[in-house]
Design a protein around this ligand. Structure first.
Ligand code: NAD
Ligand code: WQD
Length: 345
């Protein structure tokens, strides 16, 4: 029988791509999402792409009763937990909302999982938990610290998961620390669909290219980097999706075959290569032929100069590594943006 996975936040950007990868890898899935930052249309399109309807439940992770109904109706091997709010600036303005949604919501989910003895979890963590890194590339043993409520909510959940693993060895908990996810499904049918003016670089670039925004502001050109602009580890969202399948396969192998406990096992998902903001802008234009007018402005508060992963642990433990190039990230972003100038609307 296929293992069944509950995917919280599965209607979102990374979740929708991961649903396709899970289905292709032979997992049965149930998506649970309150659609606070996503659209039912994403689920329709995923269903169309995989050729079978996705089981979707509209619900909130803070609603234990609604979660219990889902756990009553299905026998899950585990949960991939994407559901969360992710805008750094908004989290500074609305910290209670972020702690309530991301931390309390996760506690409620974990409580219900415990009630049903479902103790295998893959959690969406973030490279933001490394703060301003002392050494590069960043490996999973690097010190953690955060300066904004969004990052704190991710770090707090990591601490909760660590405590849970110590309290009871039957929990198997893998926080995946994503670096900078970009790109879209190669079909151009699903992709990142920011509600407002994008906060993140790649959607901003693509909205400038499609003519929705006038010009990109590059935040700082005086960082100690290759060309003065910030350096990040951009990773294609389909590579990221494959990383979740690899993490689940690892959990299945450990739990079902080896019968050994995984405990708390954080793993970076990045390419291991840094690309500067200016390099990304130039790659986008080279790949797509679309000009991206830009201007240099002051640094953005809270930004760091450089951030890229050591991707060794994922390779050794999960047998996973990123395959897609920056050119493919740009080409797929542009296909999605140009085919859907208004996203799912
Ligand atoms: P997204 O906003 O597209 O997806 C998150 C999904 O969770 C949305 O569909 C939203 O409706 C849902 N959701 C939010 N709160 C919920 C709640 N209380 N109950 C049920 N559903 C809820 O974001 P994404 O980019 O796909 O990110 C997925 C996860 O990965 C998030 O936890 C995010 O913090 C984390 N992450 C994202 C990035 C990034 O740059 N995109 C980087 C690192 C980590
Ligand atoms: C990348 C680079 C900017 C926009 C954020 C979150 C992090 C994680 C990923 C969730 C930086 C520059 C950006 C623009 C620019 N999310 N930039 N002009 O800041 O690395 O990470 O998203 O976990 O927590 O903090 O990503 O895409 O915002 O910025 O010059 O309009 O692009 O200064 O150097 P960041 P980003």
């Amino acid at each position: 029988m296929k293992s069944k996975i509950l995917v919280t936040g599965g209607a979102g950007y990374i979740g929708s791509h991961t649903c396709i990868a899970l289905h292709q890898a032979g997992y049965a899935i149930v998506v649970y999402d309150n659609l606070s930052n996503s659209s039912r249309e994403a689920i329709n399109r995923v269903s169309h792409l995989i050729g079978t309807p996705i089981e979707f439940v509209k619900g909130d992770i803070r609603d234990a009763k609604a979660l219990r109904q889902v756990f009553d109706a299905h026998q899950f091997f585990g949960v991939i937990h994407f559901a969360g709010l992710k805008a750094v600036g908004e989290s500074v303005a609305k910290p209670l909302l972020y702690y309530n949604n991301n931390v309390s919501g996760t506690i409620t989910l974990l409580e219900v999982m415990a009630e049903y003895d479902v103790k295998n979890l893959v959690f969406s963590s973030s490279a933001t938990v490394y703060g301003d890194p002392e050494t590069l590339p960043i490996d999973e043993t690097a010190p953690r610290s955060c300066t904004n409520p969004y990052g704190q909510s991710k770090l707090t959940v990591e601490h909760i998961l660590e405590d849970l693993a110590v309290s009871d060895a039957s929990w198997n908990l893998i926080p995946l620390r994503y670096f900078n996810p970009v790109g879209a499904h190669p079909s151009g049918q699903i992709g990142e669909d920011p509600n407002d003016i994008p906060n993140n670089l790649m959607p901003y670039i693509s909205q400038v290219a499609v003519g929705k925004l006038e010009k990109l502001s590059i935040f700082g050109n005086d960082y100690p980097t290759v060309d003065g602009t910030g350096v990040r580890d951009f990773i294609h969202v389909t590579d990221l999706a494959a990383g979740h399948v690899a993490a689940l396969n690892y959990l299945q192998q450990q739990v079902k075959v080896e019968q050994s406990a995984v405990g708390f096992l954080p793993i970076n998902l990045g390419t291991g290569t840094g690309t500067s903001v200016l390099e990304l802008v130039n790659a986008f234009t080279d790949t797509t032929g679309q000009p991206v007018p830009y201007q240099f402005v002051a640094r953005r508060a809270g930004d760091i100069a450089s951030c890229y992963a050591s991707a060794d642990k994922a390779k050794v433990l999960l047998g996973w590594q990123a395959k897609l190039s920056v050119a493919e990230m740009c080409a797929d972003t542009w296909r999605w943006q140009s085919m859907n100038p208004n996203g799912y609307k």
